[in-house]
Design a protein around this ligand. Structure first.
Ligand code: NAP
Length: 306
């Protein structure tokens, strides 16, 4: 089978941790170029300027954008204008409106736009959705507590406007929630803790309709927690390990305790979307984040430095 050429743009932590291994293991894709001001991948032609890449490599029909959300729109717009299919890291943009604009542009040009949510590809998300489909949800709680120094070492952009702070990981939980619940919920209350020297929250407590709550915290050292617990009319569902392990009534039921299946599944989905000439842009996780930042009560907490 012929492999489709793809360029990776923004060679940093997630490109090297996940995108490059997923592409190397895929029979759908050939990593044909990188574009990054300083990052590189050994053995792959490297560009430092996106306009030069677009002009010099018309043979590469797909770009995968791995830089932080604020600069991503300009790259996505230029790529679509140049007739390339585009895959967006999560969160798909800095604002909802800019992603709607990209979607309209992709549709008008007959190109694929894929707003990825890697956590939706976690091993136990599909079985959890299937199990919940015919149940009544009584109560649900998300606990998403991790160490920002471990997962975003020195990345000041997460605390700058548009970086979303603790919602950068929290949106992964919301991408699972919006996928598995049989009926949508909406945010009704939020408390946001901003470090005194930063522009985005380091912790957030959210309340949604339907008796759903969430606790996001970026200050957890030691063991990390990415859990969703859901009490239904017919039993208790728990998703552990960021959606990769499913427990029903306390007993392991499905999944695998590894995150390494998520990006291969994203690239398989992108291959399908390009083959079928379709897009996949679901902004429901980001709507909850925007609502929390709109409605949230703001508290000031201790200054934070990496
Ligand atoms: P990162 O390492 O800080 O940034 C990735 C690369 O983007 C940088 O190496 C940089 O490459 C480029 N970049 C940064 N600022 C830029 C700018 N203003 N203009 C153009 N390029 C810029 O971040 P990351 O952790 O990989 O995260 C990137 C995205 O992946 C985020 O949306 C994040 O939510 C998502 N993600 C991250 C993780 C994680 O564990 N870190 C997990 C899943 C998803 P050059 O300097 O070489 O141009």
């Amino acid at each position: 089978m012929t492999r489709t050429k793809v360029a990776l743009v923004g060679i940093g932590k997630i490109a090297l941790d996940q995108h490059v291994p997923a592409l190397n293991a895929s029979s759908d894709w050939e990593l044909a170029a990188t574009v990054s001001r300083s990052g590189k991948v050994d053995g792959i032609p490297a560009f430092t300027d996106f306009a030069t890449f677009l002009a010099e490599r018309p043979d590469i029909p797909v770009v995968s954008l791995c830089m932080p959300p604020v600069p991503r729109y300009a790259y996505a717009e230029a790529a679509l204008a140049a007739g390339r299919h585009v895959m967006l890291e999560k969160p798909p943009g800095a604002t909802l409106a800019e992603v709607h604009a990209l979607e309209a542009m992709a549709i008008s040009k007959g190109l694929t736009l894929y707003a990825t949510w890697h956590s939706r590809m976690a091993h136990a998300v599909a079985p959890a959705k299937a199990w919940l489909a015919d149940k009544t949800i009584r109560q649900a709680h998300i606990t998403w507590r991790e160490d920002v120094r471990k997962w975003h070492p020195g990345q000041d952009w997460v605390f700058q406007p548009g970086g979303m702070g603790v919602f950068d990981p929290g949106i992964n939980a919301l991408s699972i929630l919006t996928e598995i619940l049989p009926r949508p919920v909406h945010l009704t209350r939020a408390t946001l803790e901003f470090p005194s020297n930063r522009q985005t929250p380091i912790a957030a407590q959210l309340t949604f309709s339907g008796n759903v709550t969430a606790d996001f915290d970026w200050r957890q050292e030691g063991p990390q927690t990415w859990d969703i617990d859901i009490q239904t009319d017919r039993g208790h569902l728990a998703l552990r390990m960021g959606g990769n392990v499913l427990e029903i009534d306390g007993k392991p039921s499905a999944g695998e305790n590894t995150i390494m299946g998520e990006y291969p599944a994203l690239y398989a989905r992108m291959a399908d979307l390009v083959r079928t000439g379709t897009s996949d842009v679901d902004l429901s996780p980001m709507v909850h984040v925007a609502d929390a930042l709109t409605l949230g009560e703001r508290l000031t907490t201790d200054a934070f430095d990496f």
